[in-house]
Design a protein around this ligand. Sequence first.
Ligand code: M6R
Length: 601
Amino acid sequence: MCGIVGVVGRNDATKIILTGLKRLEYRGYDSAGIYVAGKNNNLLKSTGPIKNLEAKLTPAITGTMGIGHTRWATHGKPTEENAHPHTSEKGELVLVHNGVIENYDELRQTYLSEDTFYGQTDTEIAVHLIAHFKNEGLQTKDAFKKALRLIEGSYAFALVDTQDDTTIYVAKNKSPLLIGLGDGFNVLCSDALAMLDQTSHFVELMDGEMVTLTATDAIIEDAAGQIINRDFYVAELDASDIEKGTYPYYMLKEIDEQPVVMRKIVQKYQNEDGSIAIDPNLLATLENSDRVYIVACGTSSHAGWAAKKFFETLTQLPVEIHLSSEFGYNMPLLSEKPFFIYLSQSGETADSRQVLVKTNELGYPSLTITNVAGSTLSREATYTLLLHAGPEIAVASTKAYTAQIAVMAVLAKALGTKKAILAANEFDLFHELGLIATAMETMINEKELLEELTAEYLTHTRNAFYIGRGNDYYVSMEAALKLKEISYIQAEGFAAGELKHGTIALIEDRTPVIGIITDAATGLHTRGNLQEVRSRGANTLVIATEELAKPDDQILLPTVHPLLTSLLAVVPTQLIAYFATLQRGYDVDKPRNLAKSVTVE
Ligand code: M6R
């Protein structure tokens, strides 16, 4: 949610900021803004995506230092007034912010009752507050520190004093922020992706820390004012990983990358002798636990559901799946020795983090499975397993979902083998993942058929249903989320047997109902449910494994291991969502109202 960037010590500051903002656009694209300090100080904002801001930058503005922001609105509508950067009343301070200030109203009433505000954002209050303390006689840095002590909530701030074009003041609490170190210049960014073409050396910041950033130094202080010496890490990513190449949309590229990701997971988690490369301490902790709680949001929680059956089968450990936003404030009665798994592509999701903070306080062991090394959830959990999926830029998550399931399978196989569970010993996971990769390629090559079926079934509909049982139900939930979040078709994923207990009332003439059938034990029941809706006018479409298929089924999945069918069955549903969105003329990668990384609760 919201992306911030900044640079100090470069003549091409404007270009660096704009490139960085474009790379952070996945975090929000309601509006954007830039401040560049140079011979003339320039502040520009616009609504809509970064390209609108770019269009306003003619003639080009130049300077050696600046900050930028791309917004996902929380407080106040996505208007130009509410776009960042925000300025103090006299314009001497300029601030960009990612996060939510919870006590903004109280701060306004206590300190800023005389001030005039142009927008409705909490950030405008923050910059006025800093200016308030500066006007009392404090230096900018001390005024910032004083304000930070009063501000409650989440923030990544970058603050500039317009009288000083050599320094950016930076602070972080709960929202992600990195410092990037260059040769004679330094940068800041919400995500290393933004600055990968400038540097691969990044320094993580911890909550409560503040940085004084100049072209040659990045001085970090903790909340008590102590100087912190922290080494940089080298980002593994390559700038080319985040290019779209010849693809029209990131989502299509990321769907196509899934077979490669499956093979990469095999490569990363397999030792030379064929055994599994997983921290023995993690396995020992899990072996000593009596129940696994998977805590996640959206697509990641659906990946948790897809992992439940094989995890329980291979490890004989019960698994519960919970939505982060519900779990933290409504914690169920826990088992005696719980183990928490946080599934999160970004590793930054605030809903999940608030649960992790609580389970850490309770002293429970945890594992984060994430795509982003060094992310907040990764740093704060006891253990981390990486997805190795490469950057996922499209808001609609695809390859992270399948990677999460595959890494959960690696963990289940390792634990089951350690516990000498027969089902795990008999399960040749790495071989099966290789077969899945090949089967995914087969499905990906069916784009023409899937495009035609999507046009036939989904062009003239307001709503659609996916149905299935067991794992096919869990894939249905994910398929429906994908369809609704980008095509805006109201889609629901249902347990096929539940339809007749109420939802079947929604079936009208030509309502699309897509059945997923990969399980011999339940396939005939799902077919029965499809028959029931067809009798009431529904337009049914079947995705079935070749061995369970009937002659009229439209989408055939190659046969793969029964515990891993979700990895394959989801692929045609991702492509259906993609084509439905294209056919309706919407932006596939940037659906309305959404952002990739949800860093506010
Ligand atoms: O980064 P996370 O995996 O924690 O994100 C969780 C959800 O916000 C995310 O999966 C969301 O549901 C996607 N937009 C779905 O495509």
